[in-house]
Design a protein around this ligand. Structure first.
Ligand SMILES: Cc1cc2nc3c(=O)[nH]c(=O)nc-3n(C[C@H](O)[C@H](O)[C@H](O)COP(=O)(O)OP(=O)(O)OC[C@H]3O[C@@H](n4cnc5c(N)ncnc54)[C@H](O)[C@@H]3O)c2cc1C
Length: 411
């Protein structure tokens, strides 16, 4: 009979992407003895491992690196700092007080940690969840899969794809296609404007890729391989694009299956765990950082957030964080679709710098934070699109002592 390996850690970190490794490095710098990073893949580094293009690492290392070089640098820094990285170990379940069940090639592992940081990232919405009609041919993939084919397996999945989406990751897809000699036939965006900010949004046009706004992909056709795709254009006309692939980019969701199946509270708005301004989950032995908290930010943002939450986990181990009690809940009104953190603890200690929001539709107006009896604490003129971040500086909120809820709205 196989025996279950017992593993002990001061801090266990799930996920070796920029957020997880930055937290691990910071914890070791703070003198935390046993920091173990658990990674299900056979190579550490997270998504940047297969983003074979710049720009990564400017703030962290003062130079522009490709994704794989950045991932290698993060891993090397973590190992040099004394972090233990366990590859091909998948976390299967989370239980109260830092008890984790893992599967490794050698068998079952039980990990007992004083604190756990969950940094499992986010993934793009696949075809099955986008409710697209038509045939089911080969050649309909996400950007992550495209980059995996190109940079890790050196395979071209198509020559003339139709690209859906104009988020930052969609530009990463155009860049990857260009480097591989793939010529996209067009790029579609359901909104009237590109999601990525100007001037980045000009990039596909500069590469000669026609862009269609207010355009919706209706059906994919092909027997075996993709042969064409039918699109409703902004003026209502139907257009058929001849193409040999469809690249569905963006529309990220947090990789939160572990949270969903655990005792931790899930935030239906962000799809990630509910956290306070210290990144602390509903079980205070668990913390979360990176794109799991809210899809999706850049690698640099995830790294900085991981480092900051690593610092807070260290503080918690030394008993310096305020108790996770007396939460002030943040209520958001439509079109705000997500808010991180979702609750605050009264404290003078600095945690995350901002409340971060996303909207579900294009919006312009005044973003306000009010107490439940209508006292305005902060306001600012905003104009935003879905997938773009809106920030409220936490330092700017003088929260009255009796406040139990805050309302956040755009009007
Ligand atoms: C296609 C693409 C292109 C991008 N291009 C850029 C770019 O050019 N510049 C930029 O700044 N950012 C880019 N990004 C964004 C950047 O990659 C992410 O912001 C960053 O990787 C997020 O870091 P993270 O640590 O939160 O998660 P990730 O990097 O996603 O890491 C999460 C890790 O957790 C592991 N994991 C998940 N579940 C488990 C489990 N149960 N057990 C064990 N391990 C688990 C995963 O295997 C993964 O290694 C791109 C993203 C994508 C998808």
């Amino acid at each position: 009979m196989n025996s279950t390996e017992q593993l002990y850690a001061d801090v266990a970190i799930i996920g070796s992407g920029p957020a997880g490794l930055a937290a691990a490095i910071e914890l070791r710098r703070q003198g935390i003895e046993r920091v173990v990073v658990i990674e299900r893949e056979s190579t550490a580094g997270g998504i940047p491992r297969h983003c074979g293009h710049p720009p990564f690492g400017m703030r962290e290392y003062g130079r522009i690196l490709s994704g794989p070089a950045y991932a290698r640098r993060n891993v090397a820094t973590a190992l040099a700092a004394g972090v233990e990285i366990r590859l091909r170990h998948s976390v299967l379940s989370l239980a109260p007080h830092g008890q984790l069940r893992l599967a490794s090639p050698e068998g079952a592992v039980e990990l007992h940690a004083h604190r756990v940081l969950v940094a499992t990232g986010a993934r793009e919405t696949p075809r099955s969840a986008r409710l697209l009609s038509g045939d089911r041919p080969v050649g309909v993939i996400n950007t992550g899969a495209l980059q995996n084919y190109l940079y890790l397996q050196h395979l071209k999945p198509f020559e003339r794809p139709l690209i859906v989406g104009t988020e930052l990751v969609s530009l990463s897809a155009v860049l990857s296609c260009r480097r591989a000699g793939i010529r996209p036939v067009a790029m579609l965006e359901a909104n009237p404007r590109p999601t990525a900010r100007w001037p980045l949004a000009l990039f596909p046009r500069l590469c000669g890729v026609p862009m269609h706004f207010g355009a919706q992909l209706l059906e994919i056709h092909g027997t075996g391989r993709v042969e064409s795709a039918q699109v409703r254009l902004a003026d209502g006309q139907l257009k058929t694009f001849e193409c040999d692939g469809v690249l569905l980019t963006g529309q990220f969701t947090p990789e939160s299956s572990l949270i969903r199946n655990s005792h931790l509270q899930l935030d239906s708005g962000s799809g990630g765990p509910v956290v306070d301004q210290f990144g602390r989950c509903s079980d205070p032995s668990y913390f979360a950082a990176g794109n799991l908290l809210r899809p999706i930010e850049t690698a640099g943002w995830s790294y900085r957030e991981g480092r900051q939450i690593g610092r807070l986990v260290g503080a918690d181990l030394r008993g310096e964080l305020p108790p996770a009690l007396g939460h002030i809940h943040l209520d958001c009104n439509a079109p705000i679709k997500l808010c991180v953190p979702r609750q605050l603890v009264r404290s003078h200690m600095a945690g995350l710098e901002h409340i971060q929001l996303r909207v579900s539709q294009a919006v312009s107006g005044t973003l306000r934070v009010r107490t439940s009896n209508g006292q305005e604490l902060w306001s600012h003129q905003v104009s935003s699109l879905p997938e773009r971040r809106l920030l409220i500086p936490l330092k700017a909120l003088a929260i009255p002592l009796d406040a139990e809820r805050l309302d956040i709205s755009i009007d």
